[in-house]
Ligand binder design. Structure first.
Ligand SMILES: NC(=O)c1ccc[n+]([C@@H]2O[C@H](COP(=O)([O-])OP(=O)(O)OC[C@H]3O[C@@H](n4cnc5c(N)ncnc54)[C@H](O)[C@@H]3O)[C@@H](O)[C@H]2O)c1
Length: 274
C-alpha cells in the first residue's frame, strides 16, 4: 500500500539490491522518495532499478562495496546531486549474519572483517550524509540491526557485539542530533526470508508448519515487514520517535525462549520435551 508519505524526499539506502535493503529501496520509492542506493551486486542493482522505474519511481544506483571509503564517497556524491545537497533519509542496511562458528575458534582477521561488514560503514555513511541533514535542520536515519543484539546467540558472538554497537550508536547519535532536527532509530529484524537467510535454509528440511510453534505470529518475516517499519520511521508518522531500536520479529523477542507445544496444548520453554 502506498500513501505518498515520502513525496520528493531524498532517501539513501545501502545494500538496496536484495533482501531487506531491496524491499526498503522499492518501498521508499513507492512512497514518493527519490531513492539513491548502493549495491555490490550488479544483477541485484539492475533488478531494483528496473522495478522502481517500472512502478514510476525515481532512482539512482551506485555500484560499490560499502566497506570501502570510495564507495561511501560515491554514494554521498550521488545523493547530494539529486536535490542540491538535500538528503532526508539514510538507511544503513548492509550487514552479514552468517555464523562465524564458536568464538574460541575465531581469529582477529574475522573480527576485523565483521567490524567492516556490520558497524564501520554505519559510522562512515552517517558521517558522510548526516551533515547535510544537520544543515537543513531535518532528517531521519534508520540503522538495520538485529534481535541478536538483545539476546545471546551461540556461534555469532562478534556479530551480536557489533550490532549492539549499532544500537548504542543509534541511541547516542539520537541524543546528539535531536536539537538539529535529525532523528535516529533502528530496526531489529528476526527470521526474515532473504537471500542471506532463505526460508529453505532456516527450515533445513524440517516441516514448514513448525514455524507456528516457533514464532508467536506464526510465520517467517518478509523483507516488506521491515520496509513498512522503515517508512514509519522515515515519515512524519514518527516525528516524536528517536533513539529507539524496534524489533521486527513476529514476537520472538517477547517470547524469549518460549515455544508453542507440538500438540498445540499450551507453551513450553523446553522445546525437546514431549
Ligand atoms: N535476514 C534476517 O533474518 C536478518 C535478521 C536480523 C538482521 N538482519 C540484518 O538485515 C540486514 C540485511 O540483511 P538481509 O538478510 O537482507 O541480507 P541479504 O544478503 O539478503 O541482502 C543484503 C544486500 O546487501 C548487498 N550487499 C552485501 N554486502 C555489501 C557490501 N559490502 N556493499 C554493498 N552492498 C552489499 C547484497 O548484495 C544484498 O543486495 C543486515 O544488516 C542483517 O544483519 C537480517
Amino acid at each position: 500500500m502506498t500513501r505518498g508519505l515520502l513525496t520528493d524526499k531524498v532517501a539513501v539506502v545501502t545494500g538496496g539490491g536484495g533482501g531487506i535493503g531491496g524491499a526498503i529501496a522499492r518501498r521508499l520509492a513507492a512512497e514518493g522518495a527519490k531513492v539513491v542506493f548502493n549495491e555490490i551486486d550488479q544483477s541485484l542493482l539492475d533488478a531494483t532499478v528496473s522495478d522502481i522505474e517500472a512502478a514510476g519511481g525515481v532512482v539512482t544506483a551506485v555500484r560499490g562495496d560499502i566497506r570501502l571509503p570510495e564507495a561511501v564517497d560515491a554514494l554521498a556524491d550521488a545523493a547530494m546531486a539529486v536535490a542540491n545537497g538535500r538528503v532526508d533519509i539514510l538507511v544503513n542496511n548492509v550487514g552479514d549474519y552468517r555464523p562465524a562458528g564458536r568464538f574460541l575458534k575465531t581469529s582477529r582477521e574475522r573480527w576485523t572483517a565483521s567490524y567492516a561488514m556490520n558497524l564501520e560503514h554505519v559510522f562512515a555513511c552517517t558521517r558522510a550524509i548526516a551533515p547535510a541533514m544537520v544543515s537543513q535542520g531535518s532528517g531521519s536515519i534508520v540503522n538495520v540491526s538485529t534481535v541478536e543484539a538483545f539476546r545471546g546467540i551461540p556461534a555469532n558472538a562478534v556479530y551480536s557485539a557489533f550490532n549492539a554497537g549499532v544500537n548504542a550508536f543509534t541511541r547516542s547519535l539520537a541524543v546528539e542530533l535531536g536539537r538539529d532536527g535529525v532523528r535516529v532509530n533502528a530496526i531489529a529484524p528476526d527470521l526474515m526470508d532473504t537471500l542471506q537467510t532463505p526460508v529453505e535454509a532456516m527450515l533445513s528440511g524440517r516441516d514448514p508448519s513448525l514455524v507456528r510453534q516457533w514464532v508467536p505470529l506464526g510465520r517467517f518475516g518478509r523483507p516488506e515487514d521491515c520496509a513498512d517499519v522503515v517508512v514509519f520511521l522515515c515519515s512524519e508518522l514518527s516525528s516524536f520517535v528517536t533513539g529507539h531500536v524496534i524489533p521486527v520479529d513476529g514476537g520472538t523477542t517477547a517470547a524469549s525462549g518460549w515455544y508453542q507445544r507440538a500438540d498445540g496444548k499450551g507453551w513450553t520453554n523446553l522445546p525437546t520435551a514431549p
